[in-house]
Design a protein around this ligand. Structure first.
Ligand SMILES: NC(=O)c1ccc[n+]([C@@H]2O[C@H](COP(=O)([O-])OP(=O)(O)OC[C@H]3O[C@@H](n4cnc5c(N)ncnc54)[C@H](O)[C@@H]3O)[C@@H](O)[C@H]2O)c1
Length: 296
């Protein structure tokens, strides 16, 4: 019996009686939770809460949508009513990603000719009001090891591609005087080191680009925000689990995020109803990881 129990054991006041009545219920609920959710996933029971639904009928694009965070965002946006163009360079994964036709798959490499891709999307589908720049890659190099080819690959994919893709899409949107919302998926490593300087520097540039755009496009009714994820776990198979001791060590909430944690925030930030007064924000979705400055 805990000291707290002792203090109410002989207590027949309302407080003491309430404590004795609710304690078994609390125990029962705790045991049910551990039966239904895997131990690392304390949020599993929250997964079906209400979400904004005012994306209905809006045309949207999500890049890097065949897997991971991009796939999560594309699915959530489609569920919120948007007509989603799901862009990815991996044709096989893209085809498998939307078996029910929830999103329109677009096979393309964003690092090659972003202008041409944007023109094609507008020509085939119309001006795009909701833009999610999710594509991002990393090569594991330190500063002294990095060759110019890998530098160019990472910067072309993470910065140059999204930059000119967005520019062209926004030009098309402005030509029809429509408003919109844009999200860039950056990273907590836009601020905190990763020991992968080309990746961190590209993400810092993406976050700053978004702030510049937020100011420039605000008079046109286009909001621009950033989501900076921390560690987002993407299982490689049904049995794949994150290392629990690592998770406890580097994440205050004790577990890595899931793609859907980012997707939910994306839908909120795209919704004028839920975040119509937000632009230029950089929202960290990281389980508190960046509270610990050594968690790089
Ligand atoms: N996963 C994490 O822990 C994490 C943390 C912080 C930030 N991020 C950022 O989130 C974004 C998504 O990350 P993820 O982990 O889901 O990535 P992922 O590697 O799981 O998926 C990326 C998708 O983008 C596609 N892609 C890559 N290059 C492309 C190109 N040039 N053109 C078209 N498609 C391309 C890939 O085929 C893949 O389907 C990235 O910008 C990443 O930097 C991820």
């Amino acid at each position: 019996m805990s000291p707290r129990d002792t203090s109410v054991a002989g207590d027949w006041s309302i407080r003491g009686r309430a404590w004795r009545l609710t304690r078994p219920l609390a125990r029962f609920l705790r045991s049910r939770k551990s039966e239904t959710a895997p131990p690392w996933d304390v949020r599993a029971n929250l997964a079906s809460g209400p979400l904004p639904s005012d994306l209905s009928g809006r045309l949207a694009v999500v890049t890097g949508a065949a897997q991971g965070i991009g796939l999560g965002i594309a699915r959530r946006m489609a569920a919120a009513g948007a007509r989603v163009l799901a862009v990815d360079k991996n044709a096989e994964a893209l085809t498998a990603a939307f078996p029910g036709g929830e999103c329109i798959p677009i096979f393309a490499d964003l690092s090659l000719d972003a202008d041409q891709l944007a023109d094609r999307l507008v020509r085939d589908h119309g001006p795009i009001e909701l833009i999610v720049n999710n594509v991002g890659i990393e090569t594991r190099h330190r500063f002294l090891d990095l060759e110019p080819e890998d530098f160019d690959l990472v910067f072309n994919t993470n910065l140059r591609g999204p930059w000119f893709f967005t520019r062209r899409l926004v030009q098309a949107l402005l030509s029809v005087h429509r408003n919109g919302a844009i999200i860039f998926i950056s990273s907590v490593h836009d601020t905190f080191i990763r020991l992968s300087p080309h990746y961190s520097a590209s993400k810092a540039a993406v976050s700053m680009l978004a702030r510049e755009l937020a100011k420039e496009l605000a008079p046109h009714g286009i909001r621009v925000n950033v989501i900076s994820p921390g560690w987002i776990f993407r299982p490689k198979g049904p049995e794949d689990r994150p290392d629990p001791s690592l998770a406890r060590w580097i994440v205050p909430l004790g577990q890595p995020g899931k793609p859907d944690d980012i997707a939910r925030m994306a839908v909120v930030l795209l919704s004028d109803e839920w975040s119509g007064y937000m632009t230029g924000a950089n929202v960290r979705v990281d389980g508190g990881q960046t509270l610990l400055t050594w968690s790089t």
